[in-house]
Design a protein around this ligand. Structure first.
Ligand code: GLN
Length: 273
């Protein structure tokens, strides 16, 4: 089989499975898995491997996990099963956090439920400061550690449960606390897109109403903010009002909701005044 036919065949496997951008995805697999683009006819032995990947992808297995890396903002993160795939929605949180950080001198920054480390890694490369990240799950922590190494270990990592009171009391105080916590509701979890089903539920499920982590984090970490410190949350698009209310009740002031590039509510910020 000449390689051109193999590529078309792989594309067909994806198209039949309903994957819209089959051409793009096959190109990604070739570039990032085989590290050769284009493949030539001498590479025809790779065709079997390409078909195996295409069949896996056709079952809904995320492209990002097949490749093992994904871009976020202006960096590339190692990812795989057991860690949430960084999403472009979260770039809104990074931009908002940067606006706040720009006004601070040598800020202390804490990221909770850090996963791959997408948020603090980008921030640490844009603004000098002291960075800390917390992740509880073994596999996610493995990726966090690898990604931190990839960018020269700018972050002090804690493998801990962010809601553990004795862990929290061991922390210092911060200028900014960021978090993209699990926020999907029970109902969301029952109707996940095929791809998302392969991602860890520990990174997705935020309790029956999706608000469990917002309630816990906003009350447990209030005392861990310096005066004028900010808590910056990513939220689900329908949670703006509810999370604002949670922050207000926990004592935060100057609460704001910001939209992502799709014009959906995506970030809530509250200050300790
Ligand atoms: N944004 C993710 C999704 O819609 C959810 C991530 C999260 O719960 N923090 O699948």
């Amino acid at each position: 089989m000449v390689i051109k036919e193999a590529l078309l065949e792989a594309e067909k496997i994806l198209k039949v499975a309903g994957i819209e951008d089959a051409h793009f995805e096959v190109k990604c697999l070739i570039k990032d898995v085989f590290k050769k683009d284009p493949l030539s006819d001498e590479d025809f032995l790779e065709a079997e491997k390409l078909f195996a990947l295409a069949h896996r992808r056709a079952l809904g297995y995320p492209l990002q996990y097949l490749i093992g890396e994904w871009d976020f903002y202006d960096i590339t993160l190692y990812i795989g099963e057991g860690v949430l795939i960084p999403r472009s929605d979260t770039e809104t949180l990074v931009d908002k956090a940067l606006e706040i950080l720009e006004k601070k001198e040598n800020p202390y920054v804490l990221d909770l439920c850090s996963g791959s480390g997408a948020i603090p890694l980008v921030l640490s490369r844009k603004k000098e400061g002291k960075y800390f990240a917390v992740e509880k799950e073994d596999s996610a922590y493995g990726y966090l550690n690898k990604n931190n190494e990839r960018y020269g270990n700018p972050i002090k990592l804690y493998k801990a449960d962010a809601l553990d009171k004795s862990f929290i009391s061991s922390l210092e105080r911060f200028d900014i606390i960021t978090a993209n916590p699990p926020y999907l509701t029970k109902e969301d979890m029952d109707s996940l897109q095929k791809e998302v089903e392969y991602e860890p539920s520990t990174a997705l499920y935020g309790g029956e109403d999706g608000l469990f982590f917002y309630k816990k984090i906003s009350s447990l970490y209030f005392s861990k903010l310096k005066p004028n410190g900010a808590l910056v949350f990513e939220i689900g698009y329908s949670q703006g009002e509810k999370v604002s209310k949670i922050l207000k009740e926990a004592g935060y002031r100057d609460i704001s909701v910001s939209k992502d590039l799709n014009n959906l509510d995506r970030v809530v910020i509250g200050y300790k005044r």
